[in-house]
Design a protein around this ligand. Structure first.
Ligand code: NAD
Ligand code: MG
Length: 391
C-alpha cells in the first residue's frame, strides 16, 4: 500500500484528490489530511476517509477538532501547526501538495527533502524558491510530478527525462494554454468595478478563490510560466502563452521536426491528479470521456497584455531571475487578499505589483531565509500600497 498525505485536503484540489483516492482504496492508504482552520470540513473528511493523522495549522482549531473527534469515537490523531504539517509531509510515500500560496512552501519542501513522490499543485512554492526547490529534488531523489493541468499536460507530451532540458529532447518550444479567464472579452473600462464574486466565476474550472482571481488577472498564467521554467529546465523565451477559451487542450509541446503534441481532456482536475498518482501507470479518475462532437470547436488567440499586464510582469520576473518572482508572488498574495476583502479595485492589482517590483531589490537567494526575506519585504511594500490605492 502506498501511504498518501494530502496537504490542503479541504480545498478544491484536496477534495478532488480524496475523490480519486477513494476509487482506489486497494492501492492507496490515506496517511494524513491537513487544512488551515476549517474544523467542520476536515471533521467530515476524517470521519469519511479515516486517515491516520489529521493536521490543522491553527492550534486552537486543532484543539476543537480533537474534542469533536473524540466525541465521535474516532481514533485519528490530531496534530497542529507548521511542525505537524511538515511531519506528515515527510512521513508519507506520496504527498499531494495542495496548500494555497506561500504557506505551502515549507510543508512541500519537507516532503521533497524526505524523498517522497511529490504531486505539486502548490505552484507558489516553485515560483518563490525555484532553484532551492529543484536543488532539493535533485539531492533527495524525490519524484516531482506536476498537477497543474498545463504542466501535467506538458509532462505527458514530453515523456522521458524532462530534467535534461528542451534541446536534449528535440523540443523547440512549449505552448502554455490558458482560457483567458472570465474577463477575456469584457470591456477594459468596466474592469475597475468587477466584484470578487465576478472574478471568481471562472467559465471552465471550479477552483479556490485565490487561484480564481489569479485566473481573472492572468497572473495564474504568469505564475505557471515561471513554474514551467523550473519544472522543464526551460528559458522563459521558449514558452509561448496561447489563449484557448474552451480549456480542452491543456497545453502543447512543439518539436524541432514541426510535430506539435497536445494533451486534451475535460477541464476536471481529477485527470492530472489520477495521472500523477498512478504514474507511470494509468488508472480511473471518474472523469467522463471527452465528446469532441459536442465540443465541436477549439479556438486560439494571442494573449492581450494591455488587458492583462500581470502576464508581462511575470515574464519580466522570470527573465530577471533572483528573488524577483518570490517578490512578485508575495505582492500578488497581498493584492489578491485585499481585492477579495473589497479593499482594492481589481485593476489596481497589476498597478500595485508593478510598483512593488520597481521598489524592492532583486537578490540571488542562496538560502530559504533569503527567499523569506524577499517575500516579507514585498508583502510589507504591498500592504502599504494597498493603503495608498485601496478603498
Ligand atoms: P483552496 O483555497 O480551495 O484550498 C486551499 C487549501 O489549503 C485548503 O485546504 C486550506 O485549508 C489550506 N490552507 C490555506 N491556507 C493555509 C495555511 N496558511 N496553512 C495551511 N493550510 C492552508 O485552493 P485550491 O484551488 O485547491 O488550490 C490549491 C493549490 O493548487 C494552489 O496553489 C493553486 O494554485 C493550485 N492549483 C489549483 C487548481 C484548481 O483547479 N483548484 C489547479 C491548478 C493548481
Ligand atoms: Mg493551471
Amino acid at each position: 500500500m502506498e501511504r498518501v498525505t494530502v496537504l490542503g485536503s479541504t480545498g478544491s484540489i484536496g477534495v478532488s484528490t480524496l475523490d480519486v483516492l477513494s476509487r482506489h482504496r486497494d492501492t492507496f492508504e490515506l496517511y494524513a489530511i491537513t487544512a488551515n482552520s476549517s474544523v467542520e470540513a476536515i471533521l467530515q473528511q476524517t470521519l469519511a476517509h479515516q486517515p491516520r493523522y489529521v493536521v490543522l495549522r491553527d492550534e486552537s482549531s486543532a484543539e476543537q477538532l480533537a474534542t469533536q473527534l473524540r466525541r465521535a469515537g474516532s481514533e485519528c490523531e490530531v496534530l497542529a501547526g507548521e511542525a505537524g504539517l511538515c511531519k506528515v509531509a515527510a512521513e508519507a510515500d506520496t504527498v499531494m501538495a495542495a496548500i494555497v500560496g506561500a504557506a505551502g512552501l515549507l510543508p512541500t519542501l519537507s516532503a521533497v527533502e524526505a524523498g517522497a513522490k511529490v504531486l505539486l499543485a502548490n505552484k507558489e512554492s516553485l515560483v518563490m524558491a525555484g532553484q532551492l526547490f529543484m536543488d532539493a529534488v535533485e539531492r533527495s531523489g524525490s519524484t516531482l510530478l506536476p498537477i497543474d493541468s498545463e504542466h501535467n499536460a506538458i509532462f505527458q507530451c514530453m515523456p522521458g527525462v524532462h530534467r535534461q532540458g528542451l534541446d536534449a529532447q528535440g523540443v523547440r518550444r512549449i505552448l502554455l494554454t490558458g482560457s483567458g479567464g472570465p474577463f477575456r472579452q469584457r470591456s477594459v473600462e468596466s474592469l475597475a468595478s468587477v466584484t470578487p464574486d465576478e472574478a471568481c466565476a471562472h467559465p471552465n474550472w471550479s477552483m479556490g478563490r485565490k487561484i480564481s482571481v489569479d485566473s481573472a488577472t492572468m497572473m495564474n498564467k504568469g505564475l505557471e510560466l515561471i513554474e514551467a521554467c523550473w519544472l522543464f529546465h526551460c528559458p522563459p523565451e521558449r514558452i509561448d502563452v496561447v489563449v484557448h477559451p474552451q480549456s480542452v487542450i491543456h497545453s502543447m509541446v512543439e518539436y524541432v521536426d514541426g510535430s506539435v503534441l497536445a494533451q486534451m481532456g475535460q477541464p476536471d482536475m481529477r485527470t492530472p491528479i489520477a495521472h500523477a498518482l498512478a504514474w507511470p501507470k494509468r488508472m480511473e479518475s471518474g472523469v467522463a470521456s471527452l465528446d469532441l462532437i459536442v465540443q465541436a470547436r477549439l479556438d486560439f488567440e494571442a494573449p492581450d497584455e494591455q488587458r492583462f499586464p500581470c502576464l508581462r510582469l511575470a515574464r519580466e520576473a522570470a527573465e530577471l531571475g533572483g528573488s524577483a518572482s518570490a517578490s512578485l508572488n508575495a505582492a500578488n498574495e497581498i493584492a489578491v487578499e485585499a481585492f477579495l476583502a473589497e479593499q482594492l479595485p481589481f485593476t489596481a492589482i497589476p498597478t500595485l505589483l508593478e510598483r512593488v517590483m520597481a521598489d524592492v531589490e532583486n537578490v540571488e537567494p542562496l538560502t530559504l531565509g533569503d527567499v523569506q526575506a524577499a517575500d516579507l519585504q514585498a508583502r510589507e511594500r504591498a500592504r502599504s500600497l494597498v493603503r495608498e490605492f485601496g478603498f
